[in-house]
Design a protein around this ligand. Sequence first.
Ligand SMILES: [Zn+2]
Length: 91
Amino acid sequence: MKTDPASCPEASELVAFSRGALDAVRARVVEAHVASCANCRESAQDEQDSGTFGRMLRDWRSRMTPEDRSQTIDRAARSIEAARRDGPTPL
Ligand SMILES: [Zn+2]
């Protein structure tokens, strides 16, 4: 199935998804999209290369407590937002 780039979620929506802040229906859509969209996978890979976002996305489901998860995701989300604003983030 071909993915329409126009349907790619906003970065902020990906962050909300990773926080569990999206409703269940939307979260499924975003999750399925990331799994099937090369662009978004690439973005996730970029985040992984420049920080912890991609790794965290895999890890938070399996081993973080909800508190750790939201703290780490908040930190990562801020660094992602900063990176989008200012270019590469010195970590
Ligand atoms: Zn996409």
